[in-house]
Design a protein around this ligand. Structure first.
Ligand SMILES: Nc1ncnc2c1ncn2[C@@H]1O[C@H](COP(=O)(O)OP(=O)(O)OP(=O)(O)O)[C@@H](O)[C@H]1O
Ligand SMILES: [Mg+2]
Length: 73
C-alpha cells in the first residue's frame, strides 16, 4: 500500500579459468553499484581473499566475521 517494493538482486561472477578477472569484475561492479547509492553486500568465496584486501582489509584472515567463520560455526 504505497510502499516502495525493495528487491534484492544477486549477481555471481564465475568462470573455470583462473586469473581471468573474476575478482576484479566483482569488486568493480560492487563499488560501481554502491556509488549509485545502492546497498551492496559483496561476498568473496575465494580463499585468496582478494576482495576484502581490495576494500582495505590488509589481513582478511584476521577478520572476526567472514564466510569461513560462518561456515565453521
Ligand atoms: N581488465 C583487466 N585488464 C588488465 N588486467 C586485469 C584486468 N582484469 C583483471 N586483471 C588482472 O588480472 C589478474 C587476475 O585478476 P583477478 O584476480 O580478478 O582474476 P580471478 O579470475 O579472480 O583469478 P583467480 O582465478 O586466481 O581467482 C590481476 O592481477 C588483475 O589485476
Ligand atoms: Mg579470484
Amino acid at each position: 500500500m504505497g510502499e516502495t517494493q525493495k528487491t534484492a538482486h544477486t549477481l555471481a561472477i564465475a568462470n573455470r579459468k583462473g586469473g581471468c578477472g573474476k575478482a576484479v569484475t566483482a569488486i568493480r561492479l560492487a563499488a560501481g553499484i554502491a556509488k549509485h547509492g545502492k546497498r551492496v553486500l559483496a561476498i568473496d568465496a575465494d580463499s585468496q581473499g582478494s576482495m576484502p584486501v581490495s576494500f582495505g582489509a590488509a589481513e582478511p584472515d584476521k577478520l572476526a566475521n567472514t564466510l569461513a567463520t560462518a561456515m565453521t560455526q
